[in-house]
Design a protein around this ligand. Structure first.
Ligand code: KG4
Ligand code: ZN
Length: 344
């Protein structure tokens, strides 16, 4: 199918971003790198009752919310849809039914307005959140990506070239937080609850090493998760008093210290001077503090997206839409949703 391209690329295009890959329906408008609106509706409260995301509930919630959220994003931005220069939307990775709601809506809008359509890789969106934080940010830089589905240290060579240095060999960091939260009897999503509980505890419970191989970038969360489960069971069986807060603090520091260490190592190895981060786990206050300290200690500039732009949002999709617009890299309207896609 033919790809619609504008005759002239604008300096500061007005881009609508839409995100619906999981349980958040979000829409945002940017002009260049300036954020004009940033709206979100979530079915997380309902999903929490089930202890995780139920795909069918997510799809229905997106269908109910998508036009309202987009409408609100345009109104808050003070923009009429006819003024938009492009529509960017997540087409993967994520839940197929959920993705299709945002994708179909965005295609219809772009087709109706006769403007370019940009299908965005959700992970690339997380990487691009940092561009909104610092208007001067340009590759190369080292990025820590830590979400519910991915955890990796990524060398961003240019706006469209990436090298994954390494990352988790099993669970993603967010997934590990969610699983450990369940063991500790905390609600879904577990990350923020573990963070809150950890503030009341001390990292005194022994946790296993996570690194796989010497000096590499790969690590594993499965041993850490098993260690938490075994510790809780053993203490219960012995009838000994134990502190959930200490377990939360011990797990949190073990799970996150490795990310800080590997990200800084990556930056030093590649000789870049800037570090960025993205993904839901980067909303964690402990991680933000440790990464800030480590970057400062090594003379690295750190560009951290605000917490709202770490967890799923549409501003990051609009930001990645801008990068693609500037490269003239548009998508055909035949683009389908994809449950999983590589970085490139
Ligand atoms: O990026 P995201 O919103 O969705 C995905 O693309 O996966 O990440 C969601 C993940 C969940 O696993 C959630 O528990 C985790 O991010 N998360 C956190 C925190 N806030 C969200 N993990 C640790 N600490 C937090 N404060
Ligand atoms: Zn995400």
């Amino acid at each position: 199918m033919q790809i619609l391209r504008p005759d002239n690329l604008k300096e500061e295009p007005l881009i609508l971003g839409i995100e619906s890959s999981c349980d958040e329906t979000a829409a945002a408008v940017i002009r260049g790198r300036r954020l004009l609106s940033d709206e979100i509706a979530s079915s997380a409260n309902i999903q929490a009752l089930y202890g995780g995301v139920v795909p069918e509930i997510a799809s229905r919630a997106h269908t109910d919310a998508v036009d309202l959220v987009v409408d609100r994003a345009l109104k808050t931005a003070g923009v009429k849809k006819e003024q938009l220069d492009a529509v960017a939307v997540t087409y993967g990775a994520g839940l197929l039914g959920a993705l299709l709601v945002g994708l179909s809506f965005a295609k219809g809008l772009a087709y109706g307005l006769h403007i370019p359509f940009i299908g965005v890789n959700h992970i690339r969106g997380h990487l691009s959140a940092a561009y909104l934080e610092d208007e001067t940010l340009r590759p190369p830089f080292m990025t820590l990506l830590a979400s519910g589905g991915h955890t990796a240290v990524i060398y961003t060579k240019s706006f469209s070239e990436f090298e994954v240095l390494g990352g988790t060999l099993d669970d993603a960091a967010g997934e590990a937080f969610d699983k450990v939260a369940r063991v500790l009897g905390l609600p879904y999503p577990g990350g923020p609850h573990i963070e809150a509980l950890a503030r009341e505890g001390k990292p005194v419970v022994h946790m296993p090493k996570m690194l796989k191989g010497e000096g590499g970038y790969n690590f594993s969360y499965s041993g850490l998760k098993t260690a938490v489960i075994n510790y809780c069971h053993t203490m219960e069986q012995r009838g000994e008093a134990w502190s959930k807060a200490d377990v939360a603090a011990s797990f949190q520091s073990a799970a996150l210290d490795i990310l800080v260490q590997k990200t800084v190592e990556g930056a030093l190895e590649k000789g870049v001077t800037t570090v960025t981060a993205g993904g839901g786990v980067v909303a964690n206050g402990y991680l933000r503090e440790k990464l800030t300290e480590a970057c400062m200690a090594h003379g690295l500039k750190l560009v951290l997206p605000v917490k709202k732009h770490c967890t799923d949002n549409a501003a990051m999709i609009a930001a990645e839409g801008l990068i693609r617009y500037e490269a003239g890299d548009f998508s055909p309207l035949s683009l389908n949703a994809a449950a999983s896609i590589p970085l490139r």
